[in-house]
Design a protein around this ligand. Structure first.
Ligand code: 5AD
Ligand code: SF4
Length: 455
């Protein structure tokens, strides 16, 4: 960094999905050369960036209350004579409601949509001259990724890597096709470059991100296209990259070569996030999921035939318009039949501009709340059962950080549970077989099977 640039404090608050986590990291990387250093609190920051999520109403509303809090902090900062706090809103709320934000929250200096992050330095400079910049750009991710392929800062042996953005599926409840635009894949070479740079910095596990990551079809140098499976074969060839994950997938894009990759490529972790949303054919149709209950079961059978030890996670929505007790029962039944290692579940939230928001048969909050509780209890039961089953088994653990106690190290199993071991030193960044000896609430306790050498 240029020694003459005075340091400025940047605080980023990230909402929503892992894609936003990735974007926030990249925004930090492009702002660092301008003299911004990250501060973990908003108070006293020179620039506060809210990287927002629009997927459910609650997520979007949080942004407005946060802006109110920031406005007060800004006044206090100015009163202390510490200069102005610039408030910027990024992410999907910025894209979807850019104009409304400016009207509803005049404290906001800058609104920037997900495809325009590479223009942040210029936008920030402009807000310092004239207030009220808004750039919720069109969907042209190429320019963004070209500009963002700068030196990445890594923290630990795992990293996210966005390979695909946008969605063409148009599930009737979802804002993503509107906020993130059409499906678009990064060219293969640019992903491999980024992955090689990550491996050079000690990253051993890469999670490939995309709203519809298994629809990946990036261009190769010769103009042909690569599927996600091809991309993963190329990534697995990079020395140092030992583990690959990908999220989020749509059942209809689970091509045979991707299923085969789960069988043939040891780097692909036996854990798959494959949302189904509902177990009722009627609701799946109304959601425009473009697949049925039975085809989901059949797909899972095929994936498990390729990789019998594969564990599943999913997303579920309860209280979708028209959902009856019977439809909800079908969802519970699907969950019982599949058996999930973990899952996310949500109460349906009508989103402006989506077809489902105008559908008849909106379900009352009370009913949706009750269904959510029942569904979540079932998932927790399955999650605990899954973890309990791991006790006594030996799993490879990638160690990520030290634990709270002296000599403790914490890592992740292939199935994403936190595993901690005692009496371990300098294991960070290494993969070791660990015998699981106990199931805790949020983690597993294990014992190392290999002798580790103190460095
Ligand atoms: N209401 C509730 N949940 C939603 N999701 C997407 N849109 C909505 C909505 N309008 C959930 C889906 C999706 C996850 C990322 O968020 O389950 O898979
Ligand atoms: Fe939304 Fe459906 Fe696309 Fe997922 S597949 S991002 S739920 S529209």
């Amino acid at each position: 960094m240029n020694d003459h640039v005075p340091l400025k404090k940047l605080h980023i608050k990230t909402y929503g999905c892992q894609m936003n986590v990735y974007d926030s990291e990249r925004m930090i990387d492009i702002l660092r050369p301008l003299g911004y250093e990250v501060s973990d609190k908003a108070e006293g920051a020179d620039l506060v960036l809210l990287n927002t999520c629009h997927i459910r109403e609650k997520a979007a509303e949080k942004v407005y209350s946060e802006i109110g809090r920031l406005r007060e902090m800004r006044e206090e900062k100015e009163a202390r004579g510490e200069g102005r706090m610039t408030i910027a809103v990024a992410g999907c709320v910025a894209q979807a409601e850019g104009k409304e934000i400016m009207n509803r929250a005049p404290a906001v200096d800058l609104v920037v949509g997900p495809q325009a992050y590479h223009q942040l330095p210029e936008l920030i400079a402009r807000t310092h001259r004239s207030k009220g910049e808004r750039l919720s750009a069109d969907f042209a991710p190429e320019a963004k990724f070209d500009a963002l392929t700068v030196d990445r800062t890594v923290s630990g042996p795992t990293a996210f890597l966005t390979v695909q953005e946008g969605c063409d599926k148009f599930c009737t409840f979802c804002v993503v096709p509107y906020t993130r635009g059409a499906e678009w894949s990064r060219p293969l070479a640019s992903i491999l470059d980024e992955a090689r740079a990550l491996a050079d910095k000690g990253v051993r596990e890469v999670t490939l991100l995309g709203q519809n990551v298994n629809a990946y079809n990036g261009l190769n140098a010769d103009g042909t296209q690569s599927t996600l499976a091809r991309l993963m074969y190329a990534l697995a060839d990079i020395p140092g990259i030992d583990r690959l994950r990908y999220t989020t997938s749509h059942p209809n894009d689970m091509g045979q070569d991707l299923i085969d990759a789960h069988r043939d490529l040891p780097a692909v972790m036996p854990y798959l996030h494959l949302p189904v949303q509902s177990g009722s054919d009627k609701i799946l149709r109304a959601m425009n999921r473009k697949h049925g209950r039975q085809s989901y079961f059949d797909l899972i059978d095929r994936i498990k035939a390729a990789r019998p030890d594969l564990a599943l996670s999913g997303d579920f929505i309860v209280g979708f318009p028209g959902e009856t007790d019977k439809d909800f029962e079908d969802t519970l039944d699907l969950i019982r039949q599949v058996g999930y290692a973990s899952a996310f579940s949500f109460k349906y939230s009508p989103r402006p501009g989506t077809p489902a928001a105008a559908m008849p048969g909106q379900v009352s909050d009370a009913v949706a709340d009750e269904r959510l509780q029942i569904l979540q209890a079932l998932i927790i039961e399955q999650q605990q059962a899954f973890k309990e089953n791991l006790v006594g088994r030996t799993l490879d653990v990638l160690f990520e950080k030290r634990g709270r106690l002296e000599g403790q190290a914490i890592g992740r199993s292939p199935y994403l549970q936190s595993v901690y071991v005692d009496g371990a030193v300098n294991l960070i960044g290494q993969i070791h077989p660990v015998k699981i000896i106990a199931n805790g609430n949020n983690s597993l306790r294990g014992a190392l099977l290999t002798e580790t050498v103190e460095a």
